[in-house]
Design a protein. Structure first.
Length: 191
């Protein structure tokens, strides 16, 4: 900008220019004032790795009474006798109580093939086992009903990939020490 012939007067109207300067000073003053403020959500360096908070730990499981503990121990011993000797080449196995969610096991990857599943339960009238490959287009699936006290065997064709197994009881309500166990091995040719 250049000054006009008379001192103190700006060319093009001083009023617009003064408004612009006043607005600029007001914005600069507000920015300066806010820059020094501390906010309650000000957690430090925004490029720093965020701090992760963890949920509170779940409450401990309710104590098992001595009668239930003895039933589980007895049923696990009997389960070993029902299932028989462990075969070689087990690729997936699980043993545990049938209360709640039952016995859940998985393996990240198995080669494509036919597998023999041996399963049993003890302490309940019946149970079930499910072998699945959820999420795989050609994944295999086996739903096997268990007559507790007897070993049950079946074969399942599986695609290459993860495999999930779950043994569970058919009834709801409090458990009485029911247990189940299973193992899965590659099927022998001709079986």
């Amino acid at each position: 900008m250049s000054l006009s012939g008379s001192p103190g007067k700006l060319r093009g109207g001083g009023r617009h220019w003064m408004r612009g300067v006043a607005l600029l000073l007001a914005v600069a003053g507000a920015a300066t004032a806010l820059a020094g403020c501390e906010y309650s959500d000000d957690v430090g360096d925004p490029t720093a790795t965020p701090i992760r908070t963890r949920r509170a730990a779940p409450p401990p499981p309710s104590p098992v009474g001595p009668e239930l503990a003895m039933a589980v121990t007895r049923n696990l011993h009997d389960l070993g006798a029902v299932l028989g000797a462990r075969p070689d080449g087990i690729v997936l196995e699980g043993v545990g109580g049938l209360g709640g969610a039952g016995v859940r096991k998985s393996v990240k990857a198995l080669p494509k093939g036919t597998y023999t599943v041996t399963a049993a339960c003890v302490g309940a009238p019946a149970g079930d086992i499910s072998i699945t490959q959820d999420g795989l287009r050609d994944g295999g699936k086996l739903e096997l009903a268990l007559d507790c006290g007897k070993a049950t065997q079946a074969q399942v064709d599986l695609a290459a990939g993860p495999v999930y197994a779950q043994a569970y009881r058919r009834t709801t309500g409090p458990g009485a020490g029911e247990v189940a166990g299973f193992w899965m091995v590659p099927a022998t040719p001709g079986s």
